[in-house]
Design a protein around this ligand. Sequence first.
Ligand SMILES: Cc1cc2nc3c(=O)[nH]c(=O)nc-3n(C[C@H](O)[C@H](O)[C@H](O)COP(=O)(O)OP(=O)(O)OC[C@H]3O[C@@H](n4cnc5c(N)ncnc54)[C@H](O)[C@@H]3O)c2cc1C
Length: 329
Amino acid sequence: MAIARNVLVVCDASRGHLTASARELLTLARSLADALAGNVDLLALGAAAPNIVADAGAAGADQVCAADGADRQGYHPEAFAAITLRACEAATPRIVLFAHDALGLDLAPRVAFGIGARWATNCIGIAVEGDALRCERTEVGGKLQVVEVIDGQAVATLRPKSIDARAPQSRRDARVLAVPAAPPQAAEGVVFVERRMEDGGAAEELEQAAIVVTGGLGMGSPGAFAKLRELAEALGASLAGSKQAVDRGWIPANRQVGLTGTTVAPKVYVAVAVSGALQHMAGCQKSRTIVAINSDPAAPIFRFARYGIVAKWEEVLPELLAQLSAARA
Ligand SMILES: Cc1cc2nc3c(=O)[nH]c(=O)nc-3n(C[C@H](O)[C@H](O)[C@H](O)COP(=O)(O)OP(=O)(O)OC[C@H]3O[C@@H](n4cnc5c(N)ncnc54)[C@H](O)[C@@H]3O)c2cc1C
C-alpha cells in the first residue's frame, strides 16, 4: 500500500476565525506536506467550511473538510472524534496535527486510537527525515530533549508558540473536501449538564499579546496583583501569573504562563517577583525582550532578562506608574 502523504490539521474555530495556534499548525503542515509531496487539509471544528476557505488558503491549507456536524457549537468529545475519524478517511493523512491545548489533549488520543496511529504529544518541532517523521519534545521542565521517529501514520500535538506562523499569503481560496456522512451513531454517551466559560478568551489573548506583565509569588498577596493590573493597563499589556500565584488564587488558572500553562512570545515580557524557574521559563523564553524586577540579585530570571531591576516591587511599581503617567500627560 502506498504511504499516505497528506497532512490533516484539526483545530478549534468556534470563535469564527483561525486562532494563532491554528496558523502555527498550518505553517508546520505546509512544510511537512511540501516535503512529503502531499496536501494540507484542514478540519476546523465549530465553523462551517465555506466561512473559512479564504483564511485557510492564505494560511497554507489546500483543502478544507466539509463534514456534517463540524460546525456544531460547544465541544463534544464523541461527536468531534467521529467527525475527525471521517475526515481522516477522506483526507488519508500521513500525520494529523492538533494544538497542544484542551481540545487537542482530549481529541488527539481518541483519533490516534481510532485510526491505529502512533501519537506524539507536546511536540516543539516535527520534520520529515527520509521516510519517517521526526517528532521532538522536551521533558523534565525542558531539561531533556526527546526525539521520537515514527515510520507509519502519526497523530501529534504541537506546543503553541513553538514555531512562527507564516504571514498570510495572497493565494487562491482553499478547495472544499466533501467528507461523507457517517451512518447514524448510537446515542452519545457523554451528556453535558452545564457549561461554564470563565474568562474563556484569556489564554488566546495572552498568546497574542504584544506585552505581558506577569506576577509571581513574591507579590505576596492578591491585593498586590491590583497594583500589577494598573501597570498592565498603563502599558496596554495582558496580565499573567506564575503557577505559585495561580495556586494561591491570586490570578485565574487560564492566565498561568509556563510548562503547564500558556506559552507566550510577546515583544516585551515583564516578570515581577518571579524567580525564573525552568517550568516558568518554558512558557515565556521566546519573548523578544524580558524585563525582570526581583529583590534577589541571584534569581535565575536575570539569566534570561535583557533588562533587570534588583529591588522590591513595592519600590519599583509606584515609580514606574508615575513615570508612565507623566509620559502620557
Ligand atoms: C511539573 C511542573 C510543572 C510546572 N509548571 C509551571 C508553570 O506552568 N508555570 C510556572 O510558573 N511554574 C510551574 N511550575 C512551578 C515552578 O517550578 C516554580 O515553582 C514556579 O514557577 C515559581 O513561581 P514564582 O517564581 O512565582 O515563585 P518563587 O520561585 O517562590 O519566586 C518568587 C520570587 O519573588 C522574589 N521576591 C520576593 N519578594 C519580592 C519583592 N518584594 N519584590 C521583588 N521580588 C520579590 C523572590 O526573590 C523570588 O525570586 C511547575 C512545576 C512542576 C514540577
